[in-house]
Design a protein around this ligand. Structure first.
Ligand code: ATP
Length: 235
């Protein structure tokens, strides 16, 4: 059954039609990626789903429509976005940033257990738990942003370009962790320009070009597709 179902999603900024009516879904427990070049409309699609920009179309999450819901209500229903640029609190410590991720929750025991779980996923964050977010390296900030989103215990985690601006070793580490999070059963929607990495960890993929979805299918199949290989895998 699909956890997220998107039909006819459109996002426009004035006269710029960034997303031109796209359909896609993410099944419960799946890791699905949306790949495409810079400017294809991937981030706008995520923002439209989360209610961060005005969008048209139908977004179903679980068995409910998200139509006209504000972002905080969408978050309360179990969606968490790790935005491009991460958006961590630079003047709060790592531990305080993680507390902020759980602000909607009241189950102290569950929060404590999830804190142990994210520190196990990201030992580096545990070592740096008293350090200010703003003093972390780019890769550590990306870890913190993902860990903070997990503290909300989301039913669906949306990741926008987690590899952006990171050194190759750190990118590999982040992707190992994404695979580990998926293996724990968290449902993920991943947006990436780096098609190579995204196709490696995902089960299914959608290719976006100039605001529309041009291809979709099992990630392993798209990774062998001649068009995808020449346009996105540099072959
Ligand atoms: P990137 O990987 O660079 O984020 P993307 O595929 O996520 O690319 P979007 O960021 O969604 O693409 O941008 C899609 C189009 O919408 C681009 O032409 C971009 O210039 C435009 N756009 C994005 N945000 C805005 C905005 N706030 N105002 C006006 N135009 C915007």
């Amino acid at each position: 059954m699909s956890l997220l179902r998107v039909r006819g999603l459109k996002v426009a900024y004035g006269g710029i039609h960034a997303v031109r009516g796209i359909d896609f879904e993410v099944g419960s427990g799946e890791l699905v990626c949306l790949i495409g070049a810079n400017g294809a409309g991937k981030s706008s699609a995520l923002k439209g789903i989360m209610g961060l920009v005005r969008a048209q179309g139908d977004v179903h999450f679980g068995d409910a429509s998200l139509r006209r819901l504000p972002t905080d209500a969408i978050v309360a229903r179990g969606m968490a976005l790790v935005p491009e640029g991460r958006g961590i609190f630079g003047r709060l410590t790592v531990a305080e940033n993680l507390d902020m991720g759980a602000y909607c929750r009241r189950d102290r025991e569950g929060i404590r257990a999830d804190l142990a779980r994210v520190y196990a996923l990201f030992p580096r964050l545990h070592e740096r738990r008293a350090q200010l977010g703003g003093t972390l390296s780019g890769g550590e900030q990306q870890m913190l942003a993902i860990a903070r989103a997990l503290m909300a215990r989301p039913r669906l985690l949306l990741l926008d370009e987690p590899s952006m601006g990171l050194a190759p070793l750190m990118v590999a580490k982040i992707y190992e962790t994404i695979a580990a999070i998926a293996a724990e059963g968290v449902t993920l929607l991943l947006v990436e320009q780096n098609a190579h990495l995204a196709l490696k960890v995902s089960q299914r993929a959608y290719v976006m070009e100039s605001g529309v979805i041009t291809l979709h299918g099992p990630a392993a199949q798209l990774a062998c597709d001649a068009q995808v290989r020449s346009a996105y895998l540099g072959e």
